[in-house]
Design a protein around this ligand. Structure first.
Ligand code: KG4
Ligand code: ZN
Length: 343
């Protein structure tokens, strides 16, 4: 059998500069430097600050990934790097660095679509996982259910109609005066509250697998503003808890329905929202009830990281899909292109 390649993954699409080394599906190192604390002061990611932070960190983060993996760069078989979607200036830092490394070492460059990275994170969790499987993608930019026909080809059952799930968490967090990114803060606050604030029952598009969060987000904002204008007290924790239930229960329900419809026996999840403890518990319970095998990536592999980029790099490496050094960064990539199901 051919020896598994050593793949270096690099991620710099938003505010995390990350590098990881894998051998096959074995994770050897997993490094991350985040400028989130700086960005938090501004209530969101400031592109210029993110690019600068990446440029300052990338060299050291990659060196640390190689060192902690016990690997010399000359031993690498390929460099996988996020080329999109994301902030252009931020992406260019990682991409340029990866190109230089691949060219200097004479090894393949593998441009990785960030969303495909999120979908590949599950491979690190379960080394036996192979398509077909059904996957729930819930990040800052997407809420979608996809059916992986093959490792490199997905069918989109449904996707984001307006705000994505993560975006709704961030916006609701802001109205509750919680820091950016809002997801983990809402999750923590929700633990102290009860699911007693009425939320809109049905989210638009409930018949199919599409997701709309804008109505839910607006309902929460209106509730809080009305209470404040009337000078009435309300529990922020109850709002967080009720919002979290409304936002996440529908993900669980549609994922299980999607598995029944496609006949999938295995379910995976990816994206920052999949780090949410309540979602993980509910998905575990619902999948167990429905007799589905659930493969949930570790929480740190749901939010942005480089291990998932290396994992998708391995998928592409095995297919011989390498990128030219002329590969450019892309700010946005439609989900159907990420899924490789464009007609
Ligand atoms: O996948 P990700 O790290 O970046 C994108 O590719 O978008 O997702 C970031 C999103 C943010 O909106 C953040 O608030 C949300 O994931 N998030 C969470 C949690 N952790 C991160 N949402 C809910 N609960 C969490 N624990
Ligand atoms: Zn992401």
């Amino acid at each position: 059998m051919q020896k598994e390649p050593l793949i270096l993954g690099i991620e710099s699409s938003c505010d995390e500069t990350a590098a990881a080394v894998i051998r096959g599906r074995e994770l050897l190192s997993d490094e991350i430097a985040s400028s989130a604390a700086t960005q938090a002061k501004y209530g969101g990611v400031v592109p210029e600050l993110a690019s600068r932070a990446h440029a300052e960190a990338v060299d050291e983060v990659v060196a640390r990934a190689l060192k902690n993996a016990g690997v010399r760069k000359e031993q690498l078989g390929a460099v996988a790097v996020t080329y999109g979607a994301g902030l252009l200036g931020a992406l260019l830092v990682g991409l340029s660095f990866a190109k230089g490394l691949a060219y200097g070492l004479g090894i393949p460059l593998i441009g990785v679509d960030h969303i495909r990275g999120h979908l590949a994170a599950a491979y690190l969790e379960d080394k036996t996982l192979e398509a077909p499987f059904l996957t729930l993608l819930a990040s800052g930019g997407h809420t979608a259910i996809l059916y992986a026909e093959r490792a490199d080809k997905f069918r989109v059952l449904g996707g984001t109609l307006d705000d994505a799930a993560g975006e709704a968490f961030d916006k609701v967090a802001r109205v509750l005066s919680l820091p950016y990114p809002g997801g983990p803060h809402i999750e923590a606050l929700a633990r102290e509250g009860n699911n007693i604030v009425p939320m809109p029952k049905m989210l638009k598009g409930c018949g199919g697998y599409d997701f709309s969060y804008s109505g839910l987000k607006t309902a929460v904002i209106n509730y809080v503003h009305t209470k404040e204008q009337k000078g009435e007290g309300y529990s922020r924790a109850d709002v967080a808890c009720s919002f979290q239930h409304a936002a996440l229960d529908i993900l669980v329900r549609k994922t299980v329905e999607g598995a029944a419809e496609t006949g999938a026996k295995v379910v995976t999840a990816g994206g920052g929202v999949a780090a949410n403890g309540y979602l993980r518990e509910e998905l575990s319970r619902a999948c167990a009830e429905a007799g589905l095998r659930l493969v949930l990536p570790a929480k740190k592999h749901c939010t942005d990281n480089a291990a998932m980029i290396a994992a998708e790099g391995l998928v592409q490496y095995r297919l011989g899909n390498f990128s030219p050094l002329s590969l450019n960064a892309e700010a946005s990539i439609p989900l159907r292109r990420s899924a490789n199901c464009e007609q």
